[in-house]
Structure formats: C-alpha cells, structure tokens
Design a binder for this molecule. Sequence first.
Ligand code: SAM
Length: 294
Amino acid sequence: MPRYIHDIDGVPWFIERDSSTFPGQGFALEVAEILHEEQSEFQHILIFRSTTYGNVLVLNGIVQCTERDEFAYQELITHVAMMAHPSPKKVLVIGGGDCGVLREVVKHSDVIDSVTMVEIDPSVIKLSQKYLPQMTTAIDHPKATITITDGFKFLQSASGENYDVIITDSSDPEGPAMEFFETSYFSLLKQALSPQGVVIMQSSENVWLNLAYLKQLTDKARSVFANVAYCQCYMPSYTGGQLGLVVASPDAAVDLRQPQRPLPQQQTFKYYSPEMHRASFVLPTWAAAELHQH
Ligand code: SAM
C-alpha cells in the first residue's frame, strides 16, 4: 500500500491525519485507483482517483486539491486579491504547482501585463498536466512565466519589483513551505510589493481547528502590514471543511473586503462573486473577536 492509504474492511481509503495541526481527527476519501506515488527531491507526492472526488493531489499526506472542489479555493484566493486592487498589472504567484491559481489569474488578462509563478518542485507541475489537465490550461499563456526555484529565495532578490498582487499558494508549514508562515516572509513580501499592492496567502488552518495559530499568524502579518484581514473559503476536501486566507496591504486606506472594480467580462466564475468576496470576510462572532476583525 502507498503511504497514507489504509485498508478498511477490504477497501482502500486515503486518510489525512496530522497529530500536531488537527489532533484527534482526520479526513478520509475512498480510493478507486492509485495513479502515482513518488518521493520527489522536495516532498512525498501521491495522486489517486477517488470514488467521489475525481483525481486528488496529495503532498506529504495533505490534500492539495481534488477535481470536484478545487475551483472554490483557486477562485477565492486569486480573485479576492486581484479584485481588491483597482488595476493589477504585475502579478506574482509563489508555489501553486497545480497551476490552478495561474488559470484564475489569466482571467484578468484584459488588465494584467504579466504573471510569474515560482514553484520549487517541477514534478508537481508535470504530474498536474497529466492528471489534473483542467487546472493547467494557462501554462502556455502569453502573459505567464513559470520559474522553477525556491519562492523564499526568489523573494529575497525581488525587493523593489513593485508587484501589484502576490499570491502565496503554498503547501502547509512543513518541508519546503515552512518559511512562508514567518514574519520574515511577510517582510520580504512587503519589500517586493507596490505601495498599494495586495498579498494573499493560504493559512493552512481554519477557525475551528486552530484559532490560536491563526491569531499568531495574523499578528505576524500585522507586525509588517498596516492593513490585514482574514477570509475563509468553504469546501469539503480541506480538513474541517474550510480554509482561511490572510490578506494584507501596506496601504491602510484600501478596503480589502470590497471588490475595487467590475469582474472581467466573458469569464466563468463558479465560486467567486462580489457577494462572495464580501461574505468571505464575515467570521463567526468568537473568531472575529480573536482575530480583531469586526
Ligand atoms: N492549494 C493548496 C493547499 O493549500 O492545499 C496548495 C497548492 S500548490 C500544490 C502548493 C505548492 O507549493 C506545491 O506545488 C509545492 O511544491 C509548492 N511549494 C512548497 N514550498 C515551496 C517553496 N519554498 N517555493 C516554491 N514553491 C513551494
């Protein structure tokens, strides 16, 4: 049996368990077929076809995306940041090897000049092309460039680049993505950003699973950025049914919770809408108080 796959009553099940991040609980999907397993230079990669969620990409035992619900996360992380900026020209994606965020960014190709994606592991891109082809449709887009390197190192030499939007679509804070959840990373983001720029990053957590961790993460962001907010995406394949995103800007005047321009014409959105943008920042009362979001 590949790692993370368990035999339950003669049926193979993938089980996501993380004793440090969400102790005492897990998330499971019934496996129809194992499609690929490898230990790349950077992480353990598993791809399987589930009986009800289509093909599933798993890195180091954590679900990254499933064909059934990937659009929810890709659309929210991309369009909240892109629409919170009145005119995003220069866009950077850190991570994002499944290429779903890239697919969403180029929906704004009437506005953007360029989008650069910086992914550390070429295996994730190659395998996504094979097993998740609907996510990799923007790989050859004329405004897109893919750079294979460590996103943290890339940002260390990106000071003054004036990106309008930076989307950190990383894996969880372990292995190669560890540094993305530290104050030093927020400082690098700020140095690479234009004065009215917007950054967004997945938080690897949600308010039910670990609010104390999210408080600490948003506090780190607040120590660097004048304007910080937290929004959530709900979808079944992330543990706890939702995933949070930290959104920030050096500009205290920008209202990150409001779209700043009309949605691009002739594009399809299955999760994102201006109403969903605003609603994603509305938190349950106890969580809003903890995260200073009212
Ligand atoms: N939506 C996903 C989630 O949160 O579950 C994340 C998707 S994407 C597959 C995450 C990508 O970040 C992976 O392809 C991984 O290789 C990449 N990554 C991790 N550490 C990185 C680093 N230091 N520099 C660039 N990319 C990195």
